[in-house]
Design a protein around this ligand. Structure first.
Ligand code: GTP
Ligand code: ZN
Length: 362
């Protein structure tokens, strides 16, 4: 293998750069841009980018809708940044925290002309770095020259597009015996993705027969519910009930997928919780932040199950999307096993919204 990093490795670097406020260079469609995530933008970097040319802010159409500004590119909006637009101005557009207190952010000028392909890719990268979906871009004449002169990560669009669409292969790193309250015969497996992303875990209980449907649960990380016992959701009780059922049946597999906050990360989930305290429901809060309702990639769970030798599941869930995704990834769902535990006065609204807007089965 050559010494220079592959495109997958450069993508991982780029995510790290964005989380540190370092610009990344994107080329493609006959254009080149340098961009940063607004969330981590410093005044110095803003000044350095402004010196390169007119600045554009890319937001998702979800966020643009809240800001009441048109998204001429369908799923995204490009907004011209005025010469006095500073980091506070940009952050107020990216972050809905102060929307109710300061509803008027404009006037905003949405751009209509020109291509949005690089803006779209920039936003996708910012999202995959679990930052607020807002990118500040500047068009540059020569991507390679700017990247080389400043030691920036350069990403050609045609190389990253297939990588962003595919699920990164996962490798089993280690597994070891783990006796638990719910089952003495437990084993924890660690899976690591090739793209430098979060590791995921499989908790195998007993010795499930690989030739029969296995009792399985795809659990998404919820620090607040799983660890802190939050009353705002039903995750903690669901986690424990699933393990208990597997323990009492003597076999099962629970995947603990590190897709906190339905894939938006804990910081963004807490932003969503602040919005929920302002009266928005769980879906509206995600939209106001600029995310879709659910940003999780359920292919990961199916991939791990197949890697462990399972081809059919009895799936513990109330979420029809999980059932559909299993089937589309080639796993047979022989039964949906409902998992209704942990209802509280505080999460009644949350569960009702999931049933009404996300199709959860009651
Ligand atoms: N963005 C966001 N995420 C939340 C909120 N409440 C809980 N979550 C996350 O939602 C996910 C819940 O995952 P799951 O338990 O797999 O839930 P599910 O899609 O409802 O499906 P089932 O429980 O299988 O029926 C976890 O990642 C939580 O962190 C919220 O208000 N906003
Ligand atoms: Zn939860």
């Amino acid at each position: 293998m050559p010494l220079h990093p592959t495109i997958v490795e450069r993508l991982a670097r780029a995510r790290g750069d964005l989380r540190m406020g370092v610009p990344v260079v994107l080329t493609g469609d006959g254009q080149a841009v340098a961009f940063v995530a607004v969330e981590e933008l410093s005044a110095d970097r803003l000044a350095a980018l402004r010196a390169l040319g007119p600045l554009e802010l890319a937001l998702t159409a979800r966020r643009a809708e809240t800001l009441k500004t048109p998204a001429y590119d369908g799923d995204i909006a490009r907004i011209a940044v005025p010469s006095d637009g500073d980091t506070r101005w940009l952050r107020a557009l990216a972050d809905p925290a102060d929307d109710l207190r300061v509803p008027m952010k404009g006037p905003l000028r949405s751009l209509r002309d020109g291509a949005a392909t690089l803006h779209r890719a920039a936003l996708q990268l910012v999202k995959s770095a679990q930052l607020l979906p807002a990118a500040l871009l500047v068009q540059i004449p020569h991507g390679l020259a700017l990247a080389e002169a400043n030691g920036l990560t350069l990403l050609p669009l045609h190389e990253i597009t297939p990588e962003l669409a595919r699920m990164s292969p996962l490798h089993g790193v280690v597994n070891a015996r783990l006796p638990m309250q719910a089952a003495q015969a437990g084993r924890l497996h660690i899976f690591r993705p090739e793209d430098g992303g979060a590791e995921h875990y499989a908790i195998e209980i007993g010795k499930p027969d690989r030739s029969a449907p296995v009792l399985a649960r795809l659990h998404s990380a919820c620090f607040t519910g799983d660890v802190l016992g939050s009353l705002k959701c039903d995750c903690g009780p669901q986690l424990r009930a699933a393990l208990a059922q597997m323990g009492s049946e003597g076999a099962g597999v629970l995947l603990y997928l590190n897709q906190e906050g339905r894939g938006i990360g804990l910081a963004n989930k807490m932003r969503a919780y602040s919005l929920q305290d302002q009266g928005f429901d769980t879906v509206e809060a995600n939209h106001r932040l600029g995310f879709e309702d659910d940003e999780r990639d359920f292919r990961i769970g199916a991939g791990i199950l197949r890697q462990m030798g399972f081809s059919a599941v009895r799936l513990l869930t109330n979420n029809p999307r999980k059932l559909a995704m299993m089937e589309s990834c080639g796993l047979t769902v022989t039964e949906r096993v409902p998992l209704q535990v942990g209802q509280t006065a505080q999460n009644a609204g949350y569960l009702a919204t999931k049933a009404a807007k996300s199709g959860h089965l009651l």
